[in-house]
Design a protein around this ligand. Structure first.
Ligand SMILES: Nc1ncnc2c1ncn2[C@@H]1O[C@H](COP(=O)(O)OP(=O)(O)OP(=O)(O)O)[C@@H](O)[C@H]1O
Ligand SMILES: [Mg+2]
Length: 193
């Protein structure tokens, strides 16, 4: 691969690599030409303002294809450029990771939870895929609560309305979200056409 000579291009390439490494889908990490339509750009600006290393809990909610994951990727891109530690995962990935640690020899469940609590900015996408078990609810609440306590920002993304999100997230998360961040509605037409 050709190394870019322009320092800004080198920096952008490093950030794209770091995004892919932290779990962001390549499609979203590599996206170069973004349409900054007002709804989308406003949601990104609002989320960026809230995720200021103060332990914010922010939810991006809306229908399919409105660019929620892309907004999350752009938040992570800016955080990487600011030299913050970041991680992206779906709710299913979080649950599978912790469950896998339960049966592992070299890693405990607590290690797995600690890994999800460590990054300065964490995105948990596809929250609507949560199965609704008590284990999942407790794990999600524990991760969000530890991050809130440690002043680390958490962005939750769901294809849901407010009531649906509140049911998925549970009281503890909603209470922390009301204090520190908020719900950002992403309900403009889909970018997928
Ligand atoms: N501002 C934008 N400009 C151009 N393309 C965009 C923009 N935002 C998102 N896209 C593209 O549109 C497609 C849908 O976006 P994305 O996957 O982020 O939607 P989503 O809201 O997360 O959808 P879902 O709810 O199904 O997960 C992707 O290919 C994405 O790269
Ligand atoms: Mg998405």
């Amino acid at each position: 691969m050709n190394e870019p000579n322009d320092p800004r291009e080198q920096e952008a390439a490093m950030v794209r690599e770091e995004l892919a490494r932290c779990g962001v889908p390549r499609r979203h990490a590599q996206k170069a030409e973004l349409r900054r339509q007002p709804g989308w750009a406003g949601a990104l600006g609002e989320a960026a303002r809230l995720c200021a290393r103060k332990g914010a809990v922010v939810a991006l909610l809306g229908p399919r294809g409105t660019g929620k994951t892309q907004i999350a990727a752009e938040l992570l891109r800016a955080a990487v450029a600011d030299r913050r530690s970041v991680r992206y995962g779906t709710a299913v990935e979080l649950f599978l990771d912790v469950r896998a640690a339960m049966g592992a020899r070299n890693r405990t469940e607590a290690d797995a939870v600690a890994d999800w609590c460590r990054p300065s900015l964490l995105v948990i996408d596809e929250l609507q895929e949560r199965k609704g078990t008590g284990f999942e609810a407790g794990l999600l609440a524990a991760v969000v609560d530890r991050r809130y306590g440690a002043l680390r920002d958490t962005v939750l993304v769901a294809n849901a309305d407010r009531a649906g999100f509140e049911a998925l997230a549970g009281d503890g998360i909603v209470s922390r979200l009301n204090e520190t961040g908020g719900i950002i509605r992403c309900d403009w037409p889909s970018f997928r056409g």
